[in-house]
Design a protein around this ligand. Structure first.
Ligand code: SDX
Length: 452
């Protein structure tokens, strides 16, 4: 039994619910974690009360217990296995953070080299997968390719889908961390009609990714170390983020026993949405649409207008009601990259900085605690490095794959793990008799059909 379970067993507190309709009261156990909000253990609630809880969007629901990532949204704190994200971003590297997320501790020098070696030797793809790419149109969105190719991996790696075996579980984790960068780089090359570039074992993870993305058979591409460092930091900042939409998707898919490759493909599909990982692409399109700083006030008013669907992309967060600590690191890295590449007065950065300054002084954003999130500045870095906006969410997925697979592994190894099967509040028709088709009057539902 883990420390926190031991603690809760010996310090049982409860929360009393009183149903004043039938005069019944129900004691609900309170469980305390090592940090953060306590939880009401409602696992027996339906059995005791015949009622469900109702929480669309899971704004007040803890779906699992986890030891991987801690977020305090009010203080703007993000830690992985107890280490602050800024310490990891400025002092660690992505593969070391991968080891930390998977195994719970930072690696010794020996383990670090072994882990680097294992991942490096899994970066190649089965050559058959090259033909899989050829089935896509050249203008297919790279995220569509990622979903397809990652889902297809289980067709090639049968020897690591029996995840009840720890060795197969670890091989699947290593394969996904290693190959996701190769798959992403190949999706980019395919979309621009250039030949695929094989990984080079002497390069670091992020250097290898930049090499596979930007080198050509016709030139001797040299990775810029400042850009490689920025890329590595970008992956660290995206590595994991508690039970966000895509991670919850991976956990739910994995709870049915689906293989890890299919689960990560499901996570990629969920990340693609503009409210989630697709926001970094949407931020750049928004900044380009705003164009000149003189238009900022108009767009701020649009974002505040309830009747206008426009939202300030890269702003707001379900958990952070303070500045997203990742956005702070991203902002500093954007300045570093633009300086390294000698890009002066980048119009998008200028607009972003001005937009942030105006929004953070605006009562609407202050009252609703809307701050820049991880996506607000990331696109400026990626655009400066040379990625097209269609690749931005692919880069997010490359960083997040280690978080997804670490959370999947934690779930598989959790003794209380069971298939996720939420219930609902039913609001549909009550019982009614079947009508033969000749007795049914025309219903307005298909009115539009008859208009054609
Ligand atoms: C990521 O979960 C994670 O951890 C995700 C992530 C990760 O690492 O995995 O951090 C990555 O997805 C970051 C978020 C990227 N998305 C965007 O930047 C898109 C723009 N942001 C919004 O769509 C929104 O802020 C969400 C989706 C991020 C959060 O939405 P919530 O928590 O469901 O909040 P909400 O939509 O209920 O908004 C609360 C209020 C609403 O107004 P009221 O109905 O209360 O009057 O704030 C308003 C919203 O209209 N609001 C915004 C806004 N975000 C929220 N108004 C204008 N612009 C915005 N960006």
């Amino acid at each position: 039994m883990s420390d926190f379970q031991e603690y809760n067993k010996n310090n049982l507190k409860s929360f009393t619910l009183f149903d004043n309709e039938n005069g019944q009261s129900y004691d609900v156990p309170i469980i305390e974690g090592s940090e953060g909000p306590k939880v009401l253990d409602i696992r027996d609630l339906y059995k005791k009360t015949g009622m469900f809880t109702f929480d669309p969007g899971f704004t007040s629901t803890a779906s699992c217990s986890s030891e991987i990532t801690f977020i305090d949204g009010h203080k703007g704190i993000l830690r992985h296995r107890g280490y602050d994200i800024k310490d990891l971003a400025y002092h660690s590297n992505f593969l070391e953070v991968c080891y930390l997320l998977l195994h719970g501790e930072l690696p010794s020098q020996e383990d670090k080299s072994k882990f680097q070696n294992v991942i490096t030797n899994h970066t190649m793809l089965n050559e058959q997968l090259v033909y899989f790419y050829r089935g896509f149109r050249r203008d297919a969105h790279p995220m569509a390719i990622m979903v397809g190719v990652v889902g297809a991996l289980s067709a090639f790696y049968h020897d690591s889908t029996d995840f009840s075996d720890i060795n197969q579980r670890m091989i699947a984790c290593h394969r996904l961390i290693a190959k996701i960068a190769t798959i992403g780089a190949m999706a980019y090359k395919y979309s621009i009609g250039q030949p695929f570039v094989y990984p080079q074992n002497h390069l670091s993870y992020s250097e290898n990714f930049l090499h596979m993305t930007f080198s050509l058979p016709t030139n001797n591409y040299k990775v810029n170390p400042v850009i490689a460092k920025a890329m590595d930091r970008f992956f660290i900042l995206h590595a994991d983020h508690e039970q966000n939409a895509s991670t919850s998707t991976v956990r739910l898919a994995g709870s049915s026993g689906a293989n890890p490759f299919a689960c990560i493909a499901a996570g990629i599909a969920s990340l693609w949405g503009p409210a989630h990982g697709g926001a970094n692409e949407a931020v750049i399109r928004m900044l380009e649409e705003i164009g000149d700083v003189s238009n900022i006030d108009k767009y701020i008013e649009k974002a505040k207008d309830k009747d206008d669907p426009f939202r300030l992309m890269g702003f707001g967060h379900r958990v952070y009601k303070n500045y997203d600590p990742r956005a702070d690191v991203m902002k500093k890295t954007a300045h570093e990259i633009l300086e390294e590449l000698n890009i002066k007065d980048d119009p998008l950065l200028k607009t972003a900085l001005q937009l942030e300054e105006i929004a953070l002084k605006d009562k609407y954003f202050i009252d609703k605690k809307l701050y820049p999130n991880v996506d607000f500045y990331s696109g400026i870095i990626l655009k400066a490095i040379g990625f097209p906006t269609s690749m931005f969410t692919v880069l997010f997925a490359i960083g997040r794959t280690v978080g997804w697979i670490s959370q999947w592994k934690e779930m598989i190894e959790d003794p209380v793990n069971k298939i996720g099967r939420p219930r609902q509040l039913y609001n549909g028709k009550n019982s009614r008799s079947y009508e033969e088709v000749n007795r049914r009057e025309k219903k307005s539902i298909f009115q539009w059909l008859w208009k054609k």
